[in-house]
Design a protein around this ligand. Sequence first.
Ligand SMILES: NC(=O)c1ccc[n+]([C@@H]2O[C@H](COP(=O)([O-])OP(=O)(O)OC[C@H]3O[C@@H](n4cnc5c(N)ncnc54)[C@H](OP(=O)(O)O)[C@@H]3O)[C@@H](O)[C@H]2O)c1
Length: 322
Amino acid sequence: MRAVEAIEPGGPEVLEIRELPDPVAGPGEVLMRVAATAVNRADVLQRMGFYPPPRGASAIIGLECSGTVAALGEGVTGWQVGDEVCALLAGGGYASYVVVPAGQLMPIPSGVGLVEAAALPEVACTVWSNVFMLAGLEAGERFLVHGGAGGIGTFAIQIASALGAEVYATAGSPEKLALCAQLGADVTINYRDEDFVAVLKERRGADVILDNMGAKYLSRNVDALATEGRLVIIGMQGGVKGELDIARLLGKRGSVHATSLRSRPTEDKALICADVVENVWPLVADGQVVPIIHAVLPLEQAAEAHRLIDSGEHTGKILLTL
Ligand SMILES: NC(=O)c1ccc[n+]([C@@H]2O[C@H](COP(=O)([O-])OP(=O)(O)OC[C@H]3O[C@@H](n4cnc5c(N)ncnc54)[C@H](OP(=O)(O)O)[C@@H]3O)[C@@H](O)[C@H]2O)c1
């Protein structure tokens, strides 16, 4: 098969197309012929040598894909060769074939194209598992998402808005703020020159915050929480070590969670995928939530796609097709 490998840790130029042996589906696994994959920030960290794949996962970069079922491993039921699917991966997406635990396969929501569907698994599973399954965001609650114009943010705004939350989103330019508003954000905040804490405090604080910044925003996120607010940290773009004011947090009876989807056991991922298919896919099928795609490039241009994500100019997802 064709696959992109990082020949050594480094910049986008280390990504090269290689010919590798096709993977083989083991018991409980499915072999997928990949139509498209998507670029995630974790891919950039893996390329740079800072984010090794979890034990047992493919060393090839790529956390999600869409395509067709090419072969079924022993004991797999419910899928047939030729089915069009998308999948959450622990690695291996930047290749023409990938092996996936059957529980991490999802049907393609109706109305979404085969290539487009590669934009969905990582954002849908991350947002649903953190904002709804973990933090329990409910209709009428105030929800703040940082990086509202990114892959995660564009999805989070749409689904929180569709499910009746009051949505606040931060972004770094007027164009990106306009996109957040178009997707359903009730209030947009330019993180370069506005204080999100002040905006949220005027409204008694956020019930749920989805954070990509980590250390840099930790104390301000706690300040922006409402009583019984839930902060969920999923990214470390602003560093890994911060100071937490426990008195402030317990005064609010608040909670701070931090999660990583990639390192979760296969059984957890299967539960999340099933919940996403049940609760999120219907919203995608009726057009309330749509994949936001910035660019679609051939796999051969993986380095270009990484330059694009490094530049921060993109909105939504960047796809690579095979
Ligand atoms: N833990 C997990 O399981 C998990 C899963 C998926 C993703 N993630 C993490 O979630 C984060 C978002 O992923 P993504 O795919 O959406 O990446 P992305 O599309 O590259 O988006 C990154 C976002 O960060 C925003 N940003 C940069 N500086 C900021 C600041 N000072 N304040 C607020 N926002 C800022 C950018 O906003 P502008 O473009 O407006 O400047 C952009 O929207 C990443 O850190 C990723 O690693 C974690």
